[in-house]
Write a protein that binds this ligand. Structure first.
Ligand code: GLN
Length: 488
């Protein structure tokens, strides 16, 4: 009997459709898998077995149909799901059950996708290792002593340990792509505005973008089509047709595609093994008929400092809503203390150290006297980075770089050094500042651990990512995680 947890999403949907398996059986197989392994991986913060089985039954009853009907999915705990605990990895939201579905959640439900539960993440998506979760870290299925990436480490670890064939992530500075890179999975940050942010708990509103995570390129594309498209409830949502991502994933053809290798995203700081796998993957693409040239994007070297001013500035404003009055935690409300004291105590206890660091950084950068020097300057850098991308599009169709400078590092290795943690995002952040789509695809192993190839494309050309990813996947089949700990 086939192990239902090893099927791709496309295979699962086909099997459910032709009734060779029921959606309930598929959901149960994944719930059993979660029960068997998640005590070691810790990908999930909450598992909704009843909800998943009820949704699967609706698919079996023919009430819900579509290309992904009956396929299980792991939802990052930063997207609201009506009645289901949603924490964003923070103690300050412990116990909060949102009264509404995010647009992404609603579209998944309407498509018959079976949401298994909510996945672990760095608190408010601030981090690159999932170690900043208030609920303990997630472990990388390739090596349980290593990080699964962040902030969406729960989503990527769920995929790599076969607890779900699909997951949703969010990417503000790399939180879909870097976890995909270090877990050997596929992660796509759509064009900013391509997927609704309604119900996505805001970190940095001008950068946040939800997107698909999967084990195969086609599965990611199928999920992309389900969640993307205009939404009147998000004022930054783009009112344009969804790019033909599924068709592009199926084409697997890069003949004639002009690929630019970003000169600035290499060299110092990039592990030799990462650079080697990246270079080999680029040669594979050249062998498939793409033309490859080097492209200089001179302002990309300033992306990291600009991001770490813009994102904390927006976060300091967005996180002001967690005030003990409207959501979750409330500390010290004994009838004696003033409202201000209760707010201060709640925020002091409810937020972890990284979130506090960002709030302080952002508040400082926005304060009068420093605004022009920090926030204003960072916005100018953002414009220059956008111009680098636009200049590149005169010469090439897509840009490529390693997704992250290293493979998965050991848990704890960068916790004492915030800047070392921030440097994980050095190659992923430019695309967020620009707003264009970007993805990470598996590109082989270094010392037994996955390496990711990043592809960046012009805004609304998300299809180009899938064209490259599909071709690469066929020519360079992704390694399968050994999961040695399961049998040890
Ligand atoms: N690692 C980056 C940060 O800490 C990006 C996070 C994200 O994309 N949500 O801000």
């Amino acid at each position: 009997m086939t192990d239902l947890t090893r099927l791709t999403a496309a295979e699962t949907a086909a099997a459910v459709k032709d009734r060779s398996v029921s959606a309930v059986e598929v959901a149960q197989a994944h719930l059993d898998r979660i029960a068997a392994v998640d005590d070691r991986v810790h990908a999930f913060l909450h598992v909704d077995a009843d909800g998943a089985l009820a949704q699967a039954k609706r698919v079996d009853d023919g009430e819900l149909t579509g290309p992904l009907a009956g396929v299980p999915l792991a939802l990052k705990d930063i997207l609201t799901q009506e009645g289901i605990p949603t924490t964003a990895g923070s103690k300050i939201l412990e116990g909060w059950r949102p009264p509404y579905d995010a647009t992404v959640t609603a579209r998944l439900k309407a498509a018959g996708v079976v949401i298994l539960g909510k996945t672990n993440m760095d608190e408010f998506a601030m981090g690159s290792s999932t170690e900043h979760s208030a609920y303990g870290p997630t472990h990388n299925p390739w090596d349980l002593d290593r990080i699964p990436g962040g902030s969406g480490g729960g989503s990527s670890a769920a995929l790599a340990s076969y607890q779900a064939p699909l997951a949703i992530g969010t990417d503000t500075g790399g939180s879909i792509r870097q976890p995909a890179s270090v877990t050997g999975t596929v992660g796509v940050k759509p064009t900013y505005g391509g997927v609704s942010r309604y119900g996505l708990i805001a970190f940095s509103s001008s950068l946040d973008q939800a997107g698909p995570c999967a084990r195969t390129v086609l599965d990611a594309a199928l999920l992309h089509e389900v969640i993307a498209g205009h939404d009147a409830r998000d004022s930054t949502s783009i009112d344009a047709p969804v790019p033909p991502v599924v068709e592009a994933a199926l084409s697997r053809d890069v003949r004639g595609l002009r690929i630019g290798v970003v000169k600035e995203l290499s060299g110092e700081g990039y592990e030799p093994g990462v650079q080697a796998r990246f270079d080999e993957a680029v040669e594979v693409l050249r062998g498939l008929g793409a033309t490859v040239t080097e492209v200089s994007c001179p302002h990309f070297v300033y992306a990291l400092p600009a991001y770490y001013l813009i994102a904390p500035s927006e976060a300091s404003s967005n996180l002001a809503r967690f005030d003990s009055v409207r959501y979750g935690l409330r500390v010290g409300d004994d009838g004696e203390r003033s409202l201000e004291e209760v707010m201060a105590l709640t925020r002091a206890q409810g937020f972890g150290p990284e979130v506090k660091r960002r709030i302080i950084l952002g508040t400082y950068a926005l304060s009068s006297g420093y605004y022009d020097a920090y926030y204003g300057q960072a916005q100018k850098v953002r414009t220059l980075i956008t111009r680098d991308f636009q200049a590149a599009w005169e010469k090439v169709d897509v840009l490529v770089a390693p997704t992250a400078p290293t493979v998965a590092f050991p848990l704890g290795a960068k916790l004492a050094d915030p800047l070392a943690m921030y440097r994980q995002d050095v190659a992923s952040i430019p695309a967020n500042l620009y707003g264009g789509p970007a993805a990470s695809f598996p590109a082989g192993l270094s010392e037994g651990l996955p390496v990711g190839l990043q592809v960046m494309a012009p805004t609304l050309r998300d299809d180009l990512l899938y064209r490259v990813g599909g071709a690469l996947e066929l020519a360079l089949p992704p390694a399968v995680p050994p999961l040695a700990w399961e049998t040890a």
